[in-house]
Design a binder for this molecule. Structure first.
Ligand SMILES: [Fe+2]
Ligand SMILES: [Fe+2]
Length: 196
């Protein structure tokens, strides 16, 4: 079993963009969130988790959850760059945007865990399937490690769950980047298709 320090080290190796977060405390909590999320599963690194939106959706041909997170985080910053280039400062918190994007799927170790998947499938009537989606579990992780509520909000509502509420500014950028990531990668032929 990997120690928490080994898990944190792996997170830093998988997500070099974490160093873009200037606030040291926020950066530390982003790393802690992923290390804690991994520690609750059989995964020890983010790059051990297949690169797909949900466990049974088409996966990246070349890449893992680490590349998904990195891509979405950079794309969200790119959206902010484009808006600010034309409109100037519109109130986007760049540090928070990095943290929200890098943590938007922090619940995926739990949802993608083969042990959890097998346990839930064994008695769907008792657990539901999946018992708790990565978005909802991500809220638990974010709040447990003391990340700001805004990061927990993005984890919980970057996905379809967010259709029930109004997303924050940073979450709106993350949601758009996440959606664009999968759409563009599909059109670019970068996702595995049935039968391959
Ligand atoms: Fe997600
Ligand atoms: Fe995502």
């Amino acid at each position: 079993m990997a120690s928490m320090e080994e898990l944190r080290q792996g997170v830093c190796e998988n997500l070099p963009e974490v160093n873009e977060i200037r606030d040291e405390a926020l950066r530390g909590k982003v790393i802690e969130a992923w290390a804690f999320a991994l520690s609750q599963t059989e995964f020890t690194r983010i790059d051990q988790i297949k690169g797909s939106g949900v466990p049974d959706s088409p996966a990246l041909k070349d890449g893992t959850q680490a590349e998904h997170l990195r891509g979405v985080a950079r794309m969200a910053q790119g959206l902010a760059d484009g808006l600010e280039a034309v409109h100037g400062e519109i109130g986007i918190d760049r540090d928070l945007l990095w943290a929200c994007a890098l943590c938007h799927d922090v619940g995926k170790p739990f949802e993608f865990s083969p042990e959890n998947q097998a346990r839930w499938q064994n008695d769907v009537g008792a657990s539901g399937f999946p018992s708790i989606r990565h978005s909802v579990y991500g809220v638990h992780v974010a709040l447990t490690v003391g990340l700001p509520e805004a990061v927990a909000h993005t984890a919980g509502a970057h996905s379809a769950e967010g259709e029930l509420i109004k997303r924050s500014l940073e979450n709106t950028l993350v949601n758009s980047a996440d959606h664009a990531y999968w759409g563009a990668m599909e059109r670019a032929g970068q996702l595995e298709t049935e039968g391959e």
